[in-house]
Design a binder for this molecule. Structure first.
Ligand code: SAT
Ligand code: MN
Length: 580
């Protein structure tokens, strides 16, 4: 199991051990036996709390440090040799300086602790599109989560030894001191160093750090895309399977859409999950875009999950799940806002719940293997990935953005993605309040200058004439009283139906300056309980509001200066002009 001393993997791990001085080194094999042993040890040390085994078999609760409950963008850096390559949207530090700082932090940090060596593969083990990495960590919680989230252990290590190349991830929880916390990326070295946090997105390095920040850099060099997208399979009543990939910011419903349950009126349609967070997109030899999900599990937002909002997720959480920062009922069941059953006794910090206080942290999470999902698509294991019919962008916008719109061509679609904006959520501890621009839902995750990223996106138009169509959706419009205008959840399938109809050249639409929008009669509304005025307002185009929006997009894009692709500006000018 432990590789040869001559291998680059072994040499790198030994170098890390010399720096961090662990008491012992544990090479993870990824077996169930090892997982159970790590869980037992975590329970003994208080890192995991067993949950009532009656309802929830083999489920545990982890309470993170109260200062460490979400990603911290302020402390996340992309360290490229040339500052411009990281771009204005990333924090940057010269690589040498970053290494010096981190060497200081990592020096001796694992004294008296075990060091876990986690070889993992992002994507199906046999897929040519998959990429491997090794995460070294002093957190057993990270090791058990990585086993649920990735293809981890012996088979990944075999592939690493065969290929000789892997992403090097070094992680230590340090003292969990927010003042000594950094999540640093070195795309040119294919390496990641994360110190001082045990939280998912900062500590499970295969996920955002590798599969998005480092992979987006590699993808640009190699001609593909690493995106913050779910991948969903939709089977029509005729048995035709279609695949969509959709980018929404964190905590905006990717997991719910990926696990959507069709409403009763749409019986005969089936929806299955390929991925809920990340998609790696490639063009095949015919110019067809195909997607793989690099992950093997879900790290999803818990609050709001119930039988009505996401029955598949609710089902899968009953077994082999690690909950982080939820509350507990008096009989040790996990509890969260929107669970709809029972009452909390303890909050996420383990204190008695006070009246009016939330028991679960708004960014509390579940970690569970994708195989537990009743709607998991077998195609998620397919080496060649799934063919993508349409790409969808979306944000949480209480105003302006209509229910759905279609870009008139690829270039317009790239601008739609670049102009995305969303209200902030609890997934990041420092994104502030209000609306922020979040291009392609990649603001926190794009590992290189957005100008170059948009140029890379635009370049696909010259490489294929079979590219997927591009759409923008918004499930979150509200009226003046704050009530949602669209029911969302399962009913979103009606919007996906229109999108698929359009892709097959069937569905109708009206042309507007901001794109093609369905009229009321173009949507399948059978059995849908919705107020006609509400429907009209989410299908309307507010030209004045859009003129202001385009002005704000222009201001946002201006910060990218001369590096910004002119094509994007020309597209912006075309739409502004059309708006009059
Ligand atoms: O914390 S994660 O980045 O893993 C989840 C999210 O915020 O999308
Ligand atoms: Mn995410």
């Amino acid at each position: 199991m432990i590789p040869d001393t001559a291998s680059s993997a072994r040499q790198w791990v030994e170098g890390v051990a010399r720096l961090t001085q662990p008491e012992r080194i544990h090479w993870c094999d990824g077996s169930r036996k090892e997982y159970d042993a790590l869980v037992t040890q975590l329970v003994r040390d208080g890192g995991l709390i067993p949950i009532n085994g009656g309802q929830f078999a083999d489920c545990y609760l982890h309470r993170s440090d109260p200062s460490d409950v979400a990603r911290v963008e302020r402390l996340t850096f992309v360290c490229t040799a040339n500052r411009e390559d990281a771009g204005p949207h990333n924090n940057w530090m010269p690589p040498q300086e970053a290494h010096r700082l981190l060497d200081g932090l990592f020096e001796g940090c694992m004294r008296g602790r075990a060091m876990y060596v986690i070889p993992y593969c992002m994507g199906p083990l046999a897929s040519p599109f998959s990429r491997c990495g090794i995460e070294v960590t002093d957190s057993a919680y990270v090791a058990v989560n990585m086993r649920l989230m990735t293809r981890m252990g012996g088979s990944a290590l075999e592939r690493i030894l065969r290929e000789g190349e892997f992403v090097k991830g070094m992680h230590s929880i340090g003292e969990l001191d927010p003042k000594r916390r950094y999540i640093m990326h070195f795309p040119e070295e294919l390496s990641i160093r994360s110190f001082g946090s045990g939280y998912g997105g900062n500590a499970l390095l295969g996920k955002k750090c590798h599969a998005l920040r480092i992979a987006s850099w590699q993808a640009r060099q190699e001609g593909w895309l690493a995106e913050h997208m779910l991948i969903v399979e939709i089977e029509t009543p005729d048995g035709e399977k279609r695949y969509l990939a959709a980018a929404f910011p964190s905590a905006c419903g990717k997991t719910n859409l990926a696990m959507l349950e069709p409403p009763r009126e749409l019986a005969g349609w089936k929806v299955r999950t390929v991925g809920d967070d990340i998609a790696w997109l490639h063009l095949d030899g015919d110019g067809q875009m195909r997607a793989i999900n690099p992950e093997a599990g879900y790290f999803g937002v818990v609050p709001g999950t119930n039988r009505d909002t996401n029955n598949n997720a609710f089902e899968m959480l009953q077994r082999d799940t690690i909950f982080t920062n939820v509350g507990l009922t008096s009989n040790m069941e996990p509890w969260w806002e929107g669970r709809k059953r029972g009452a909390p006794a303890l909050n996420w910090k383990g204190e008695p719940v006070k009246r009016g206080e939330k028991a679960a942290h708004p960014n509390s999470r579940f970690t569970v293997s994708a195989r537990r999902n009743p709607s998991y698509s077998p195609m998620a294991e397919h080496e060649a990935g799934v063919p993508i019919s349409a790409l969808i962008f979306g944000g949480r916008r209480s105003q302006l953005a209509p229910l759905v719109m279609e870009a008139r061509d690829w270039r317009h679609g790239v601008l739609m993605g670049a102009a995305m904006a969303s209200e902030s959520t609890a997934a990041s501890s420092d994104s502030g309040k209000g609306i922020r621009r979040d291009p392609m839902a990649m603001q926190p995750f794009c590992g290189y200058n957005f100008s170059d990223y948009w140029a890379h996106w635009l370049s696909f138009a010259g490489r294929s004439d079979k590219l997927p169509r591009i759409y923008h959706v918004n499930w979150f419009r509200q009226d003046e009283s704050g009530a949602y205008l669209w029911p969302g959840f399962g009913e979103n399938l009606r919007v996906l139906q229109w999108i698929l109809d359009r892709c097959e050249g069937r569905g109708d639409a009206r042309e507007t300056p901001i794109g093609h929008l369905p009229r009321r009669e173009d949507l399948n509304l059978i059995g849908l309980d919705i107020n006609p005025q509400a429907l009209d307002s989410i299908l309307a185009v507010d030209a004045g509001g859009w003129r202001e929006e385009m002005e704000s997009v222009a201001q946002y894009l201006a910060q990218y200066g001369d590096r910004l692709p002119q094509e994007l500006l020309r597209e912006h000018a075309r739409i502004t002009q059309a708006l009059g």
